[in-house]
Every structure is written in structure tokens, then in C-alpha cells.
Ligand binder design. Structure first.
Ligand code: HEC
Ligand code: HEC
Ligand code: HEC
Ligand code: HEC
Length: 477
């Protein structure tokens, strides 16, 4: 085994050297070396997989798997750690609404306007979904899908996913105990990587692809794509978890998909626009970046190799790679730690700069549309304007909801934010015209400078709309 490890290390440094070669041959070689690195990894891994006790199919208790694989188990358990945040990511628990009250306006009338925390490690998945204010009595069972290995177990017991999705979140609560773990990604007999969630396999099938015929290196990404993707719940009763990938993975493909299906997530409480929420299209954005192009998988950066007592294994502490630059990045890039960190944050700073401009334009547009409607503009007059703001926000959200703050595909996210800003500005030109025609002056923004003042504004707007819609008591009597 140690000779294998040596070969691998040599290849690792050859790879790093080739990266700086820069010649056409070097670039071609990169692809080959990258794939040979990963296939070598696979070989040495399989050799080490030895069960000390049998694991039944769909065993959801991570500790049971840990008996055979203590190193992987211990590193998996370490995802409960909460370190100081990195500049934009990290395992802390940022309160996005407090940091950026404009989000309260942008999501008005939807759960994310009430509470919106940054994600943290896999260990916390069940606890976090149970405690959020965003779930209630009407929440569908579908919301459990990406939280626990109890999910494929219960789906199996119920003969498929349909019955699971259409059940209620609260009804399933007693069944779902274990946070994201071994059975989500591994086969119980061979420890091979496997896809446990039907939605991913079904999305592949609808595109004419077979999930069982992908390379091992792709599997090191696809296990993550079971959850780190854009999705929606199809059907009022069915709530069937569906990835909107039929036309492709870009935001334009999603725009077309949702236009065709007519799916809407909520009606905006201030502007009245029909909105589609993007979830976290991490896989989709990653697929448009240079690392995907070069065959670098999610696991290469987020689950690098680690050595303990001379044994090399996969670090299951899935986290921001900036906590572990040596193993995550420096195996391929011969830049210093500071250089890597600066490179990443400078990409993210630029992304944030455009994102903030877009947020200002969209927030203002929602408020202006709301005010113009209050002043008597008809739904017909506002129809096109509302469509433009929905589109602007959907494009923005494809980037904003994506994890990594633009790192995974910087050019693509900049392009999308550019289009989003354009939609929002076009929308504002039309509102200003409409307001001028109605003899309305400039709109003065309310105080939305803090989470509380923004929430108070949204609550006041919802109250006022309710009062205007209900027949007034004095008229009735
Ligand atoms: C080339 C390395 C690389 C690859 C490949 C990669 N990522 Fe990342 N990822 C990063 C970096 C760097 C960050 C930014 C971390 C930060 O800001 O602290 C990040 C951030 C994230 C975050 C947010 C982490 C946090 O702490 O906020 C998630 C979730 C994530 N990536 C998921 C994925 C998924 C899923 C894939 C594959 C579809 C993937 N990544 C592929 C490097 C990578
Ligand atoms: C999010 C997906 C994911 C989860 C959850 C997960 N693993 Fe893994 N695991 C991987 C990946 C990716 C590899 C690398 C496999 C490869 O390239 O062949 C791996 C490799 C392994 C290996 C092979 C040896 C090694 O270290 O490379 C073992 C054993 C293992 N995991 C055990 C576990 C155990 C035990 C748990 C639960 C405590 C677990 N895994 C949870 C994705 C996962
Ligand atoms: C079964 C669904 C599922 C799978 C499979 C999965 N994740 Fe996650 N991941 C989540 C959820 C849910 C969270 C948020 C947990 C929380 O906040 O409580 C999360 C959180 C994370 C975070 C931490 C984000 C942060 O801001 O700190 C990273 C990084 C991450 N995942 C990367 C990956 C990678 C890489 C893979 C594949 C190797 C993967 N995940 C596989 C569902 C999943
Ligand atoms: C398995 C090898 C591998 C790993 C691991 C890896 N990279 Fe890369 N990275 C590449 C390759 C290959 C390229 C493309 C180089 C090229 O085409 O010139 C690249 C390109 C880049 C670029 C230039 C991006 C652009 O758009 O031009 C940055 C920045 C980068 N990587 C950062 C990172 C960071 C940060 C990490 C760790 C989180 C990381 N990489 C991990 C192989 C890797």
C-alpha cells in the first residue's frame, strides 16, 4: 500500500508542475493526470474497505457504520464543529436577514423573509430543519428529503418516494432521526458510492441519461448533486421532488422550464409579482466552471485525502475548503496558502459587488411597484412590470442561493448578475413611466435599514392589503 501511496504522491507533484507548464501539451496532460489520480485513489480505497460487522440495507444509524470505519466516522462527526466563518462561507451560522435587511423585502410573503440562516455542517441537518420557523403544519414531507439517511429507508419501506413526499413533514418527524450520513452516499455491502435519492436518477432519465452509467469520478460529484441542486415540489397534493433540468442546467433553461410548467412558489407581498425561488443550484453552477471542465469533483475539494497513523483515507469533514487549503487546493496548485485564500476571496468580493447593486435595484423595484399599485395602478398595467421583476430576482437568486459566493464559476455568475441587473433596470424604467402617467412623483424609500424595520414594513403592507381586500365593517353594517 505504501508504494502505491508514493506513486500517487509523485503523480500529485507532477500534476502540480504540469499546471504551471502552460503549454498545450501540459493542458492535455492535466486531464489525463487528473483522471489517473482519481482512479488510483479509487483502487487504493477499495483495498482498504473491510467490514468488521454486517450492515443491513438502508441502515440509517451512522454509528453502526462507524464500527467498521472509525476514521471516516470520526471525520464525518467532526462536521458538527462550528469554526469562525471564512469571509463569505464557513461553518458558523450567519443570520442573513440581520446582515442584509434588503432580503426581508425581496422575499416578502415567503418563509425566507422571516428567517434565513447560513447553512452549516451535515451533522446539524435534522436539528436545523426541525428548528426553523420556516416549517409548520402544512409543510410537506418532501422537505425531509435532503436531511437524513432515514429518508431512503422510509421510502424503501413505503415502496417508493411518492407516498413519502405526499405525507406531512410533522407526520414523518418520528421516523427521521439521523443527520446526513453513510447510507446517503454508500452501498451497504460494497461501500461503493451510490445514489440513494430518486429525484437525481429521474432527472437524468428525463434527459435521456442513465445514472448507473457514469464514471467513478463523476460519482464523486453526483453523490452531492442528490441534494446540492435547484429543485421544486411538483403537484399541489403530490409535492413530488423534481429537478427542473429537462432543458439543461443554466438559468435560461430554468426560466424556460418554469415558464412552460407555470410553476410559481409565492406571490410577492409588496409588489404582487409571481415569484419562483431558486434553491441552491451548487451542482448546476459548478458544472459551468473550469474545475468541472477539468474533471475536478466536489469531493476533490470538499473531501480531500487525510493521513492518520500512516493510513490515508477520505476526510469526511465536508466543509469550506478554506479551512484546509493544504489538502484541498495545494495538491494541484502550487500557490501559497495566502495566495489561494486571496484568490478565492477576491473572486468572491467581485461577485458580492455586483450582487449588491442588483439587490438595491430589485428591492427598490418591488417597493415602487407596491406603491404604484396602492396608488391605483391596475393589475393589467402592472403585468409586464411584475414579470420583469420576477425574472430579475430569479436570475439573482440562481447566483445568491448558490453556495461559494461565485467561486465555483465566476464568469457564469457575473454574466447572470449582469442580466439580472438589466431586467431590474428595465423594470424600473417602466414603473417610472407608469408613475409619471398617473401623476405620481418620485417614490421615497421607507426605512428598511435594519431587519426589524424591514420586517415591520412588510407586516404593515400585508395588514393594509388584508384590510383593503376585506369588506369594511362600517359598510357591512
Ligand atoms: C475547486 C474546488 C471546489 C470544487 C470542485 C467544488 N467546490 Fe464547493 N467550494 C469551494 C470553495 C473555495 C468554496 C468557498 C468557501 C468559503 O467561502 O469559505 C466553496 C463553497 C462551497 C459551499 C459552501 C461552503 C461554506 O462554508 O459556505 C458548498 C455547500 C459547496 N461549495 C458545495 C460544492 C458542491 C456540491 C460541489 C460540486 C457540485 C463543489 N462545491 C465543488 C471549492 C470547490
Ligand atoms: C456526502 C457523501 C458521503 C457521505 C455522507 C459519507 N461518505 Fe464515505 N465517501 C464518500 C466519498 C466521495 C468517498 C471517496 C470514495 C471514492 O472516491 O471511491 C468516500 C469514501 C469512503 C470510504 C472508503 C475509504 C476512504 O476513506 O476513502 C469509507 C470506508 C467510507 N467512505 C465510509 C463512510 C462512513 C462510515 C460514512 C458515515 C459515517 C460515510 N462514509 C459517509 C462520500 C460520502
Ligand atoms: C442528503 C443530502 C446531502 C448530500 C448527499 C450532501 N449534502 Fe451537503 N448539505 C446538505 C444540507 C441539508 C446542508 C445544510 C445543513 C444545515 O445547515 O443544517 C449541507 C451543508 C453542506 C456544507 C456546509 C455549508 C456551510 O455553509 O457550512 C457543505 C460544504 C456541503 N454541504 C457540501 C457537500 C458536498 C461536497 C457533498 C458531496 C460530497 C454534499 N454536501 C452532500 C445536504 C446534503
Ligand atoms: C484535482 C486538481 C485540482 C484541485 C484539487 C483544485 N484545482 Fe483549481 N484548478 C485545477 C485545474 C486543472 C484548473 C484549470 C487550469 C487551467 O485550465 O489553466 C484550475 C483552475 C483554478 C483557478 C483559476 C480559475 C479560473 O476561472 O481561471 C483557481 C482560482 C483555482 N483553480 C482555485 C482552486 C482552489 C481555491 C482550490 C481548492 C479549494 C482548487 N483550485 C482545487 C485543478 C485543481
Amino acid at each position: 500500500m505504501s508504494s502505491k501511496d508514493n506513486t500517487e504522491q509523485k503523480r500529485g507533484s507532477a500534476f502540480g508542475w504540469a499546471l504551471f507548464g502552460g503549454s498545450a501539451i501540459g493542458v492535455f496532460g492535466l486531464g489525463l493526470l487528473a483522471s489517473s489520480i482519481s482512479s488510483r485513489r479509487a483502487e487504493s480505497d477499495v483495498a482498504r474497505v473491510a467490514f468488521t460487522s454486517e450492515i443491513p440495507a438502508w441502515e440509517a444509524d451512522n454509528a453502526k457504520w462507524g464500527e467498521s470505519f472509525p476514521r471516516e466516522y470520526n471525520s464525518w462527526e467532526a462536521t458538527k464543529a462550528m469554526n469562525d466563518n471564512t469571509k463569505y462561507g464557513g461553518s458558523g451560522h450567519r443570520d442573513y436577514l440581520e446582515d442584509n435587511p434588503k432580503l426581508v423585502i425581496m422575499f416578502a410573503g415567503y418563509g425566507f423573509s422571516k428567517e434565513f440562516y447560513q447553512a452549516r455542517g451535515h451533522f446539524h441537518a435534522v436539528e436545523d430543519v426541525t428548528n426553523t420557523e420556516r416549517v409548520g403544519e402544512n409543510t410537506p414531507g418532501t422537505c425531509w428529503t435532503c436531511k437524513s439517511p432515514d429518508v431512503p429507508r422510509v421510502m424503501d419501506e413505503r415502496g417508493g418516494p411518492a407516498d413519502f413526499y405526499s405525507d406531512k413533514f410533522m407526520a414523518l418527524k418520528s421516523e427521521i432521526k439521523n443527520p446526513i450520513g453513510c447510507a446517503d452516499c454508500h452501498n451497504n455491502e460494497t461501500m461503493a458510492l451510490q445514489v440513494s435519492r430518486p429525484a437525481l436518477a429521474e432527472a437524468f432519465e428525463r434527459q435521456g441519461k442513465d445514472i448507473n452509467k457514469v464514471s467513478h469520478q463523476e460519482m464523486r460529484t453526483l453523490v452531492c448533486a442528490q441534494c446540492h441542486v435547484e429543485y421544486y415540489f411538483k403537484g399541489k397534493e403530490e409535492k413530488y421532488l423534481t429537478f427542473p433540468w429537462d432543458n439543461g442546467l443554466t438559468v435560461e433553461n430554468f426560466e424556460q422550464y418554469f415558464a412552460e410548467t407555470g410553476h410559481v412558489d409565492w406571490t410577492h407581498a409588496v409588489s404582487g409579482a409571481k415569484m419562483v425561488k431558486m434553491q441552491h443550484p451548487d451542482y448546476e453552477v459548478y458544472m459551468q466552471g473550469v474545475h468541472a471542465f477539468q474533471g475536478v469533483s466536489c469531493a476533490d475539494c470538499h473531501m480531500p485525502y487525510k493521513s492518520e497513523g500512516g493510513v490515508k483515507f477520505t476526510d469526511h469533514k465536508v466543509q469550506s475548503p478554506l479551512y484546509n487549503i493544504a489538502n484541498s487546493c495545494q495538491v494541484c496548485h502550487k500557490w501559497s496558502e495566502t495566495e489561494v485564500k486571496d484568490r478565492v476571496t477576491s473572486i468572491q468580493d467581485k461577485n458580492r459587488e455586483i450582487q449588491t447593486l442588483v439587490e438595491e435595484a430589485i428591492t427598490r423595484a418591488h417597493l415602487e411597484i407596491g406603491d404604484t399599485a396602492k396608488a391605483g395602478a391596475t393589475d393589467e398595467e402592472l403585468d409586464e412590470i411584475r414579470k420583469m421583476i420576477s425574472l430579475a430576482q430569479m436570475y439573482w437568486d440562481y447566483v445568491a442561493a448558490n453556495n461559494g459566493m461565485g467561486f465555483h464559476a465566476p464568469q457564469e455568475t457575473a454574466r447572470i448578475l449582469g442580466k439580472s441587473l438589466n431586467f431590474a433596470k428595465d423594470c424600473r424604467i417602466e414603473i417610472v413611466k407608469l408613475r409619471a402617467g398617473m401623476g405620481l412623483g418620485d417614490y421615497t424609500l421607507p426605512d428598511i435599514s435594519t431587519e426589524d424595520s424591514a420586517k415591520a414594513f412588510v407586516a404593515g403592507t400585508i395588514e393594509a392589503k388584508k384590510a383593503a381586500a376585506a369588506p369594511s365593517e362600517s359598510k357591512a353594517s
